[in-house]
Each structure stands twice: as structure tokens, then as C-alpha cells.
Design a binder for this molecule. Structure first.
Ligand code: GDD
Ligand code: MG
Length: 345
């Protein structure tokens, strides 16, 4: 079985992190977000993952070479010469997607995180006999997503509306699809949106079915949702017997600290903090609701809340809060206070 991951978006909402790294390679809970998906696909027997690339291809190709052997799964690239939206890339990869069995293939948005019940999705797909299955979940702000109206008992989709202006339903497209090869016959090689152009047509033919996803889900492609996603994800780790979460008197709630991070005395972490590999957190720093990405340095007595710190330094006694995202080579000077802004580099 094969799968395609859409990795070609510009990731503008996670800038400046995505200025030097494609969004799928940005760390989430201490590893690149796309790895959660590739590992889930591998675990249910997917043999080849095709990355539909458009933006920063070199970084993706480097990643792919590294992880193909580490993960033991074939990872190939399908490169667009212009952005083809969320379904044009399937036309480019058409020949790669169909295997000898002529069976269905998975398509995933690269920025969604959940428990990936892909086995259940295959069973659901076989049982309804339609042309395409999508996973749906409930959202508080449905207008940010593709919205679905469905027959509750069968899952048959009655309406699919991408980012509706008026309220339609609170069930939203979770960005995980299982498609029959016949869907490829509906697609042209041009910039096209699967949500605006393809799903409404399959819906009109009564061949689109939705499976309700149980448990947590988040699109982590926006600053606030990235932080909320971390909270939800760490909570699922808490419920696992083999939890990797940190413990101790300096820890509040759920905190994930990589084993090769250096933590000095008197720091306070949590709730909902991830500290990546090779980070240094100096004495008496305080961190809550935040991610500190690999190699970052938090100097003495700095205080970080509701922020994402990528590969840089926060100066001594600096206090940064409220959705700040730091990219590469951005230094927060000693004793600086930043609230909801991006300091210049
Ligand atoms: N190859 C390629 N080429 N990939 C692309 C392109 C492109 O031109 N444009 C976007 N993508 C990829 C992104 O990298 C991402 O993995 C996926 O397509 C979806 O794009 P987003 O930009 O993240 O879309 P969204 O979050 O606004 O909305 C989508 O996801 C929601 C769930 O998170 C839609 O599918 C919604 O219907 C859905 O609810
Ligand atoms: Mg998204």
C-alpha cells in the first residue's frame, strides 16, 4: 500500500521557522512533525511514502535520505515545478500511486497530529464501498477548516464546504484521506484544491464517506494551534504506561525534556513544555506552554510562556510571552520583555 503526504505548502503561518525549513520538518514535541505520520503509515504496512514537494526541495530530499534507512520504509519525492494546490500533486504522482493491487492509497496533510487510526480507516473504507474516505473531527472554530455535513449512521457525506463564511456544521475535515485510484481520473494536472473542487464532486456522486476520529486532533500549522497541539499530545503521553514525560519537583504538569538537553539548577518547567535535544536551559529559568527547539539556549532567569523558540538564544532575565515565534539567528537580549511581538534579529 502507498501513501502521499502533501508537503508543499509555504507554511507562512509558522514563519519565521518556515523561512529556513519546510513546515513538515519543523519539530513538534522534539521531532519533525512529518515523522509522526510516516511512522504511523509504516506501522500499518504502507511500503512507500511519496512526498509531494514544491517548496525548499533540497531540505526535504536531505531529510528523506537520512530517514529512509532509519525508518525502514521507501520514501520518494514527487516534485512540482509550480504550486499545484492540494490535489494537483496527485496528478504529478499518478504513476507512483497505483500499485499492482490497484487498491486505495492514503493522502495526508503534513501538519495534522492525532493518533492516526489508519487501520480502522481501511476497514471503514472497505465497508462502505464508496470512492473516497476522509477523517473528520469536531472543532470549536469550524470556519478555519473544511466543513462536512454527513449522514450520522452511514457516514455518507452530504455537503463539503471549504472554510465556510457562515456556520454549516462543527464537523471538520481532519486532512487524512483514503482514496480509490478512480479518484485520479477526476484530477487534472493544474493547480487545484481537493477541498474546493474534488470533494464536492465526489459528494454529489454520493461516493464520499466520513469516519469520525476519536481522541485528540490538531492542525499544528498556526502558532496558537501548535501550542494547543503540544498540550493535547503531551496529555496522550501522560496516559501511556511507558510515558517519556519528565518528573521531579521542578516539573509542573506534562513536560517532555530530551535526554541530551542540559538543564541547570533551579529551573521550573510546565505545564505543557517540550525541550529539544542539545538545548541548554540555564539556572532559574521558567518555562510554561512552550517549545524550545533543538540546540536553543535559554540563559539564566529567563522566563518563557506561550512561545515557540527555534534554534536561538533567549538572554539572561528576558521575559517573552504570548505567541512569539523565534526563528534562526534571532537573539533576545538580556532583560528584554516581549509580549506578542517578533523581536528583530
Ligand atoms: N505539494 C503541495 N503543493 N502541497 C501543498 C500545496 C501545494 O501547492 N499547498 C498546500 N500544500 C500542503 C500543505 O503543505 C499541507 O500539508 C496541506 O497541503 C494542507 O495545506 P494547509 O495550508 O495546511 O491547509 P489548511 O490547514 O488551511 O486547510 C487544510 O487542512 C485542514 C485540516 O487541517 C484543508 O484540507 C482543510 O479542509 C482541512 O480542514
Ligand atoms: Mg494546515
Amino acid at each position: 500500500m502507498k501513501a502521499l503526504i502533501l508537503v508543499g505548502g509555504f507554511g507562512t503561518r509558522l514563519r519565521p521557522l518556515t523561512l529556513i525549513l519546510p513546515k513538515p520538518l519543523v519539530d513538534f514535541a522534539n521531532k519533525p512533525m512529518i515523522l509522526y505520520q510516516i511512522e504511523a503509515l509504516k506501522s500499518i504496512g504502507v511500503t512507500e511514502v511519496i512526498l509531494a514537494i514544491n517548496y525548499q526541495p533540497e531540505a526535504m530530499v536531505r531529510f528523506l535520505k537520512d530517514y529512509e534507512s532509519k525508518l525502514g520504509i521507501k520514501i520518494t519525492c514527487s516534485q512540482e515545478t509550480e504550486p499545484l494546490g492540494t490535489v494537483g500533486p496527485l496528478a504529478v504522482a499518478k504513476d507512483k500511486l497505483i500499485d499492482e493491487s490497484d487498491g486505495p492509497f492514503f493522502v495526508l496533510n503534513s501538519d495534522v497530529i492525532c493518533k492516526f487510526p489508519l487501520e480502522k480507516m481501511i476497514e471503514f473504507h472497505k465497508a462502505h464501498g464508496g470512492e473516497a474516505s476522509i477523517m473528520v473531527t469536531k472543532a470549536d472554530e469550524p470556519s478555519k477548516y473544511g466543513v462536512v455535513v454527513m449522514e450520522e449512521t452511514t457516514g455518507k457525506v452530504e455537503r463539503f464546504v471549504e472554510k465556510p463564511k457562515a456556520f454549516v456544521s462543527n464537523k471538520i475535515n481532519a486532512g487524512i484521506y483514503l482514496l480509490n485510484p478512480s479518484v485520479l481520473d477526476r484530477i487534472e494536472l493544474k493547480p487545484t484544491s481537493i477541498e474546493r473542487e474534488v470533494f464536492p464532486k465526489i459528494t454529489a456522486d454520493q461516493k464520499l464517506y466520513a469516519m469520525v476520529l476519536r481522541g485528540f486532533w490538531m492542525d499544528i500549522g498556526q502558532p496558537r494551534d501548535y501550542i494547543t497541539g503540544l498540550e493535547l499530545y503531551l496529555n496522550t503521553l501522560r496516559n501511556k504506561a511507558t510515558s517519556k514525560l519528565s518528573s521531579g519537583s521542578h516539573i509542573r504538569g506534562n513536560v517532555l525534556i530530551d535526554e541530551i538537553a542540559v538543564i541547570e539548577d533551579g529551573c521550573t518547567f510546565g505545564p505543557d513544555v517540550a525541550v529539544g535535544p542539545e538545548c541548554v536551559v540555564e539556572a532559574r529559568a521558567t518555562l510554561s506552554h512552550c517549545t524550545v527547539m533543538r540546540g536553543a539556549r535559554i540563559n539564566k532567569q529567563a522566563c518563557i510562556s506561550n512561545c515557540t523558540i527555534g534554534w536561538n538564544t533567549v538572554g539572561q532575565g528576558a521575559c517573552i510571552e504570548n505567541m512569539i515565534i523565534l526563528g534562526e539567528e534571532m537573539y533576545v537580549f538580556d532583560k528584554t520583555a516581549c509580549n506578542g511581538c517578533v523581536p528583530s534579529s
